[in-house]
Design a protein around this ligand. Sequence first.
Ligand code: SF4
Length: 444
Amino acid sequence: MATEGRESSAAGPEVIGRGIESGARMFREWFADLTRAANAGEGAAYVFVVGSFNEILQTFGMPVTFPEMNSLQTAIRRVSSEYLAVAEDYGYSSDVCGYVKADLALQLKGGEHPMGRVPKPSMAVLTNGCNTYIKWAEIWERLYGIPVVTIDIPGTRSPESKSQPGSEEFAFEQRYVLGQIKELIAVCERVTKKKFDIDKFREVLRHANDMSLAWQRVVELNKNRPAVYNAMTDGTVFLGVANAFRGTKEGATYFTELVEEMEYRVKHGIGILRKTENGMEPVEQQFRLALVGTPCYPIFRRFDDLFAKFGGVFVTSSYMSFGSGGTCAGYTYDLERPLESFAATQLLMSRDAMDSMFHQALVLENTAGKYGIDGVIFHPIKSCRTVSTGMADQRRFVTERLGLPTLILESDFMDPQVISEAQMKNRVDAYFEGLISRRHQSAA
Ligand code: SF4
């Protein structure tokens, strides 16, 4: 595959690895700010990744926290079991979404978190991106009596009849979302006792535009061979920054610099790197994989190792799309008509995010060839029915219609007790034996 790098600056080798380092540092600093707010008794807006409306909250200067990201951090930091046990002792069933339970435990523990302390909510914003969001926010409403703004985003009813910008149906849906955004602004004004400042909003949107365009470029740069980042492991770091820093200058600068690094790596053939005891080392790339679903956070690195040992690298992932609320697709706002354009773009982005959960096979139909995908890994998890429901059917579509070898691995992204590493290893080993023999046969 031809490379698509077009290094636009005088970047040198010092940029290699900068994206991961800066992303991790920014995320730690962001958490330190939240901890300071919590210790000062200040509240934060609680929001979700599908439709955070962070641009509105940034305009009001509100601290924002993402309970989904707080929960996944407990799994990465290997303490999710303790949090899940607190919620289950409190009465929540083992079937309830693990993110909800870890957050409830966090509330019961006064905001205590392995990265610091999470402030109590001052308000919450949610969409219908996942039906669990609605029940989850009711917990905060009961515990704290805060205002909760639920924004109903018209999703894709059928992939063939999706409303398109310019159509009457789209204009109707846009007005519907805009009306709800105005209600959100009114609640923010009440909570913060500040007036909405349209010029500040424009500035926030400008930063969000810069981030969106750079984020889209990062996604596209992985069409190159070798792939320049791991869409599952590195992608999780990019997602953290994309969500937490959306609408800020730091967030826009981060993604602009990330493009600079990735373009440099494309130009110089520097593929995915991995931290080893000898420093950062290139990963062997034999098979280009797509991940459908989420990473396996309790064994984050070891999950990746299962594939890396055969030269399997994740080039794309549906998680980058739904985990970013669709912000990686490159949609931008028209600053001349900020609110109307914000409503239309939020509609498009949230709809993309939902499609990447519910219609992933159709997304792959468009993208698998462009990314040179050799195989697709489906990862349904016990905690999240929203993402996992229908994966078996999607897998059948990908195998039969797209002719791609697939593997389905069931586990969880919060509860280590339902993760059977030995079983997963056997299935991954068998999958790669099939991929290797298929490759030999086609070479013969
Ligand atoms: S069910 Fe899935 S998408 Fe919904 S809140 Fe839980 S983890 Fe997120």
